[in-house]
Design a protein around this ligand. Structure first.
Ligand code: PEP
Ligand code: MN
Length: 364
């Protein structure tokens, strides 16, 4: 089921939008010189929309919290000199007011703000009657409803140029990424809101330069509408997020190397081949479900048998064995054992439920 909010597609945002949409710029504005040199480099690489943090939400106090209002004259100068648009993060009505007063072209709501409905509502209230594009980052926690809620609040305030930014999710178990991409969440978002532009932020997902190309390509393969990437003329000297910023030249190389995929292809041979593979997938899925149905039938049988012999539903030793062997079998079948582990957690939960139902049936 798709859930429509009345919004404008990217091409009607009144900006010179590239396909895919590229927004690049420093994590934070630092000095007039840093902004000028960075924007100069980015314009040479064809970037038309610059991102720049003026107020920075930091995890710990007494770290650099953005230069604040003194950034606006520098931004204004860069806008005039390089004919670019600027996007800035806002986290309060005061930020919104100042950004609007200073001709900022796009606003974005950061991941920490999206996680707080009070903050989002305050921002939404301050945007009533304003016509500006607003991009909403996913909340730091993997909660799709919270992300959608933020979009709805901004939409209800009358904003119609709305985009979503996927910047990954906090996850203690992930040592590879700074924020786990959890692609299934933006995919679910895209399924529910196909008309809302979805932009990937590989910088905050990766946390380090080397990983950015693969994440950016993955986003384009998944048909994202654009990328927001952090770039600084001298990344190692950056005051925030130094490890994940790219030099403008390197951003240019990255953009040139990315492959944009077509959503529809006219070639009839390709279409019939695709159709045939999809039919085989449909048949395989039917077989998977038939096997699952058979498995649940056996589970019910075990439930009956346990009931007759007065044995508890949950047998930890048996479960341990299932949980250990299935990922092992998965490896032999060239399947990801982590995926199979997750799958069996769900199968096990359903099996317990089925057996409990059997027990209750006997009781009544
Ligand atoms: C940022 O874009 O610099 C930023 C603070 O990102 P996030 O809100 O995604 O952490
Ligand atoms: Mn940053």
């Amino acid at each position: 089921m798709t859930n429509q909010l009345k919004t404008y597609p990217l091409k009607d945002w009144g900006l010179d939008i590239q396909n895919p949409l590229i927004i690049a710029g420093p994590c934070s504005v630092e000095t007039a010189e840093q902004l000028d040199k960075t924007v100069e480099g980015l314009v040479k690489q064809g970037v038309k929309i610059i991102r720049a943090g003026v107020w920075k939400p930091r995890t710990r106090p007494n770290t650099f919290e953005g230069v604040g209002s003194i950034a606006f004259p520098w931004i204004q100068e860069a806008k005039e000199k390089y004919k670019v648009k600027f996007a800035v993060e806002v986290a309060s009505p005061a930020h919104v007011e100042e950004a609007l007063k200073n001709n900022i072209d796009l606003l974005w709501i950061g991941a920490r703000s999206t996680a707080n409905p009070f903050t989002v509502q305050d921002i939404a209230d301050s945007l009533k009657g304003v016509d500006i594009p607003v991009l909403i980052k996913n909340p730091i926690n993997p909660d799709l409803a919270l992300w959608i809620g933020a979009l709805e609040r901004i939409h209800e305030a009358g904003i119609t140029k709305i985009g979503a930014i996927h910047r990954g999710f906090s996850n203690f178990n992930d040592t590879h990424f700074r924020n786990s991409p959890m692609w299934q969440i933006p995919i679910e978002f895209k399924t529910r809101f196909p008309d809302i532009p979805l932009i990937n932020d590989p910088s905050h997902i990766c946390g380090k330069r080397a990983l950015i190309p693969q994440v950016a390509q993955m986003a384009l393969d998944l048909n994202f509408d654009g990328l927001m990437i952090e770039s600084h003329f001298h990344p190692d000297a950056a005051w925030s997020d130094a490890e994940q910023q790219l030099r403008p030249e390197d951003l240019g190389l990255l953009l040139a190397s990315l492959k944009t995929r077509q959503v529809f292809v006219d070639d009839p041979a390709f279409a019939s081949q695709l159709q045939s593979i999809r039919e085989q997938i449909d048949d395989t899925d039917r077989e998977i479900l038939e096997l699952l149905s058979r498995r649940m039938g056996l589970v019910e049988k075990v439930g009956e048998y346990k009931k007759i012999n007065n044995v508890a539903v949950f047998q930890i030793e048996r479960w341990k064995k299932v949980f250990q062997t299935r990922p092992e079998w998965a490896i032999a079948l060239n399947l990801n054992p982590e995926f199979v582990k997750e799958l069996y957690k769900m199968i096990h939960t359903e099996s317990i439920k089925k057996q409990t139902e059997v027990m209750e049936r006997h009781l009544s």
